[in-house]
Design a protein around this ligand. Sequence first.
Ligand SMILES: Cc1cc2nc3c(=O)[nH]c(=O)nc-3n(C[C@H](O)[C@H](O)[C@H](O)COP(=O)(O)OP(=O)(O)OC[C@H]3O[C@@H](n4cnc5c(N)ncnc54)[C@H](O)[C@@H]3O)c2cc1C
Length: 385
Amino acid sequence: MTTLLDSFVRSHIPSSAEALRGEVKAFLRSWMADRPAHVRARSWSGFDAAFSRALGERGWIGLTLPRDHGGGGADAFTRFVLVEELLAAGAPVAAHWIADRQSAPLILHYGTEAQREHFLPRICKGEMYFCIGMSEPNAGSDLASVRTRAVRDGDDWLLSGQKIWTTYAHKSHYMIALVRTSGGPQDRQAGLSQFLVDLSLPGIDIRPIADLTGDAHFNEVFFDEVRLPADALVGTEGAGWAQVNAELAFERSGPERIYSSIVLLDAWVRHLANLPNAAEHEARLGLLLARMAVLRDMSIAVTARLAAGESPATEAALIKDLGTELEQDIPREIGEALAADPSAPPDEELLRTLAFVSQVNPAFSLRGGTREILRGMIARGLGLR
Ligand SMILES: Cc1cc2nc3c(=O)[nH]c(=O)nc-3n(C[C@H](O)[C@H](O)[C@H](O)COP(=O)(O)OP(=O)(O)OC[C@H]3O[C@@H](n4cnc5c(N)ncnc54)[C@H](O)[C@@H]3O)c2cc1C
C-alpha cells in the first residue's frame, strides 16, 4: 500500500544537476552585486528585461523544454537548482517567469506545431513574456464561473470581458486567457477554452493596480470585441478546464513557494552576525531554518516525482500551503526579534527590507490559490472529502 509518506521519501539532487549550481552562483554574483536587499526582496516580482535576455543567452529559460524547440533538454532537478539559486539571490526574474514556468509547458503540451515553433524559441531567448488571465472580479477561487467570452465571427473570435490581478499584463506580449466559448456560468467547467491573446491588439485596455507597497505589478485588463485569429485558440475548444488545471500544477510544483522571504532572512542573519548577544536569537533562527530545510526536502521529493513523469498535485498543494506559512512567519519573527532587542538597532537596509516583506506577505497565501482552496485540494487528494 502506498501512503502519503511515500510521496516525501527523501530524494537527492543528482550530481549532474548540482553541476549547474556553481555556474549560476557566479553569474548571479556579477549581476546582483550592487542591488540592495530591499530591491532583491522583490525576487520573482522584480522585472528586468536585460536580466531575462542574459539568462536566455545562457540557455537558462525553458531549461526542461526539448532542444528542438529552443529549450535546454534538461531534467526537473536541474531546473530546481537554477530556480532555487535565482530565488535565494533575489534575482529579478519576473519578465520571463510565467512564460518559463507555465505558458511554455502549456504550449508544448496543448499547442499546435505552428504555435510551438512560433512561441517556444522566443520564450527561451527571454524575448517574449506572458501573463496569466484566469481571475475575474467574480471568479478568483471559483474559476469555473468566468464570464469573459469569445464568440465565433467567421474564422475569427471576438473576445469581450474583464480579467483582474493579472501580474505584469502591462509588460507582457501575450496573455493565456481562460474564457467561455459556450454556455454560461451555470455550466461551470463545460464550455471553457484557452486563448493566446496578443496584448497589442486593438480593444484591449490594461490598467495597473497598486498593491500595499505602492508597486503596481498587477492589472485589470478589459477586452472590448477584440478580434482574435482562429489560431489564437490553444488546445481544444471546450477543454479549457482540464488545460488550466494542468497549468496550475506547473505553477504550484516549483520551489518558489518556500523562498519569498529568503532575502530578508539572509539580511537578518547578517545583522545577527554583528551582535555580541547573537546567541539569544539562535532558537528563533534555528526554528525557521529547520522548517525551510524540511520544506526544501519535500520540494525535492516532489521534483523527483515530476522527473519520473508523475503529477504530484496534492503534494505540491501541501508544500505551497506550508511554504507560504513559513514565508509569512519570517517577517513576523524577525520583527518580533528586532523589537525585543532595542540595544541593537538594525541598519536602514534591513528595516526597508523588513517593511517591504511585511507589506507584501499577505499576498503570498492568495496568489496561485488561497490557503482554504489548497486545503480543500489536499483533503480531496487524501480522500477525506
Ligand atoms: C500578488 C498576486 C498576484 C496575482 N496574479 C494573478 C495573475 O497573474 N493572474 C490571475 O489570473 N490571477 C492572479 N491573482 C489572483 C489570485 O489567483 C486570486 O486572488 C485568488 O485565486 C483568490 O481569488 P479572489 O481574490 O477572487 O478571492 P475569492 O475567491 O473571492 O476568495 C475570498 C476568500 O474566500 C475564501 N474562499 C473562496 N472560496 C472558498 C471555498 N470554496 N472554500 C473555502 N474558502 C473559500 C478564499 O480562500 C479567500 O480567503 C493574483 C493574486 C495576487 C495576490
